[in-house]
Ligand binder design. Structure first.
Ligand SMILES: [Zn+2]
Length: 329
């Protein structure tokens, strides 16, 4: 009996050691506008443990996922941050062919619901995948091994510079923690939506940050050398700043109607509730962020009401489609 127990213990320990050895880690997130002084922006490379286990929908089975992108930017989250990150991420080639479905899954039900809407707004959508050094994994546990179960939030930013300059920065490898920044998506002045980071991945949008929700403060520490942030559960959307805002002034002429329409259209597809849609300047704890400047919240939330909330964009570790039908308003 005792011998069997001993064998069992040895097997369990061996299994745990193997698991730890297999598990590679990603790291923390960082934040902000590429043209500003970089905030301490931890990060690390998506050493991807795509937990494509039985609890997940297998994206490869999805009829809407064409191509082999999943092999290049695997779906899913990592388990836990690396407690001893090197501060430098691995440079790997950026996948050249990335289908739109990697950023937004179009479900038949959502299409139908959208078609029934009186406001039949359809923005131009462009895939502009960021370099893999500029985004990481969402983690299922924090640095201390505590399971994190925050519901998603949307954080709205502005680029300050042009959309193209921001995209160019995100598509340039930045292997050092302090240089890594990204958003999930960006809305140009003409309303074009640029998809930069897949929604199940962690964009480095708000380094030192906390979200104040109805149940208290929410943030996740994923890097030993940097403060907690909202990046683990945030979907970062940035608005292209008008030309007269390319400075450090406190305001500018504001955003276009097309931008409000596209931002609302995009936000509605995440199904994130209105009270979890926030701004960089609101979650920032560094005291240095004031974006988005000159943002009209009344306009945005009024336009948001005109779009059905669906789950075409899933911020987390699972996939939409038939398992996550559109939610009713
Ligand atoms: Zn920002």
């Amino acid at each position: 009996m005792k011998l069997n127990l001993l064998k069992t213990v040895v097997l369990v320990v061996a299994g745990l050691i193997t698991l730890i050895a297999i598990v590679q880690f990603g790291t923390q997130a960082s934040a902000q506008l590429p043209r500003n002084t970089p905030a301490p922006a931890p990060s690390a490379i998506p050493s991807v443990i795509s937990p494509a286990d039985s609890t997940q929908v297998n994206p490869l089975n999805s009829p809407l996922n064409s191509g082999n992108l999943n092999a290049e930017v695997p779906f899913g989250c990592a388990i836990q941050p690396n407690p001893n990150p090197t501060g430098r991420t691995e440079i790997r080639p950026r996948p050249s062919q990335v289908p739109l479905s990697r950023f937004r899954q179009i479900s038949p039900k959502a299409d139908l619901q959208s078609a029934l809407q009186t406001s039949a707004y359809t923005p131009r959508e462009v895939v502009e995948l960021a370099d893999p050094t500029n985004f990481g994994e969402r983690f299922m546990k924090d640095l201390n091994g505590q399971v994190v179960e925050h519901q998603p939030i949307i954080v709205i930013h502005e680029t300050v510079g042009s959309a193209r300059s921001a995209i160019n920065y995100f598509q340039t490898p930045h292997p050092l923690d302090a240089d890594q920044v990204s958003y999930h998506s960006l809305v140009g002045l003409d309303g074009t939506i640029y998809y930069l980071v897949p929604p199940d991945k962690r964009a480095f949008g708000a380094g030192n940050s906390v979200f104040l929700g109805t149940a208290g403060t929410e943030a996740v520490k994923t890097h030993p050398n940097f403060p907690p942030s909202v990046n683990n559960f945030a979907y970062h959307i940035s608005l292209e700043t008008p030309a007269d805002g390319d400075n450090n002034n406190t305001s500018h002429s504001g955003y276009t109607n097309a931008q409000y329409q596209s931002l609302a259209w995009l936000a509605a597809k995440t199904a994130v509730p209105n009270d979890r849609i926030t701004f960089h300047k609101t979650v920032d704890r560094s005291g240095s962020r004031m974006d988005p400047r000159s943002f009209n919240s009344d306009t945005f939330f009024r336009v948001l009401e005109t779009f059905p909330k669906t789950r075409e964009i899933v911020i987390g570790c699972s996939l939409p489609l038939e398992n996550n039908p559109p939610v009713s308003r």
